[in-house]
Design a protein around this ligand. Structure first.
Ligand SMILES: Nc1ncnc2c1ncn2[C@@H]1O[C@H](COP(=O)(O)OP(=O)(O)OP(=O)(O)O)[C@@H](O)[C@H]1O
Ligand SMILES: [Mg+2]
Length: 258
């Protein structure tokens, strides 16, 4: 089963514990949103799942397709079908969007079949054009250097485009909404909705209930001080929008989450 199972995950940065025991299971077809105040460990969770070297796992396991992915390199995790859209994507000058995507896709294909010669270029162009149409992106975008001078919204669209090409089984989106204007937000959300389906699980990190109007989560979780302290349905996000996080901090201070 290609579900992602996070068990008692503890993560430290430079000796300081940031994640203090996270448990979460994402099944195919499920959309999970994680909300929570700044600095509570949401991005830490995303980066740890992708294997960023800065984050030290001190305890816990993360299972996907019968493997503890914490033992795999980031590219192996990616080829296994896990995708991370970064909160702060980096620029790669000299590499066009199209070349970057084709290289990434071919690396994935070779993971399944070492003999694979790579996708024929005409086939790739057609696929790229289709996905760009879906995301309402200009054709010229494919010829630009990756993230070089991209606006915030363009970076986010490029990420979703990458996701559309790689078709991951688990997509982790960290603040995909930040920097998007209302139209772009809708386009990106439509893109995610078009890709999400019975075969893809999504972990969506966001600060705003607004995004969840467009991408409907099945589950909403709140992270506080390195732990998931509340879980519910979409109504939890609405409640947070109205009441903020203080009620959670009070519960925490009263030892309810201890
Ligand atoms: N590279 C780093 N060096 C030192 N501390 C870090 C580093 N990255 C994260 N931290 C610390 O880890 C804690 C959790 O950060 P993280 O980025 O996971 O928070 P977040 O929940 O994603 O916050 P935000 O909502 O602001 O994006 C914070 O206290 C942060 O300062
Ligand atoms: Mg973050």
């Amino acid at each position: 089963m290609s579900e992602l199972v996070i068990k008692n995950l503890h993560v430290s940065i430079e000796g300081k514990e940031i994640l203090k025991g996270v448990d979460l299971t994402i099944r195919p077809g499920e959309i999970h949103a994680i909300m929570g105040p700044n600095g509570t460990g949401k991005s830490t969770l995303a980066y740890t799942l992708m294997g960023h070297p800065f984050y030290t796992v001190t305890e816990g396991e993360v299972w996907f397709k019968g493997q503890n992915i914490l033992e795999l390199e980031p590219d192996e995790r990616s080829r296994l079908g896990i995708f991370l859209a970064f909160q702060y994507p980096v620029a790669i000058s000299g590499v066009t969007v199209a070349n970057f995507l084709r290289t990434a896709l071919n690396a994935h294909r070779r993971a399944f079949n070492p003999e694979d010669k790579g996708i024929p270029i005409p086939e790739f162009r057609k696929m790229l054009q289709e996905k760009m149409n879906l995301l309402k992106m200009e054709s010229s975008f494919a010829g630009r250097y990756l993230n070089d001078g991209f606006s915030g919204g363009e970076k986010k669209r490029a990420e979703i485009l990458q996701m559309a090409i790689l078709k991951p089984e688990i997509a982790i989106l960290d603040e995909t909404d930040s920097g998007l204007d209302i139209d772009a937000l809708r386009i990106v959300a439509d893109g995610v909705n078009a890709l999400a389906g019975p075969e893809m699980g999504v972990l969506l990190i966001t600060h705003y209930q607004r995004l969840l109007n467009y991408i409907k989560p099945h589950f909403v979780h709140v992270m506080l001080d390195g732990r998931i302290v509340e879980s519910g349905g979409p109504e939890l996000a609405l409640h947070l929008e109205e009441h903020g996080y203080d009620w959670l901090r009070e519960k925490q201070d009263n030892g309810i989450y201890a």
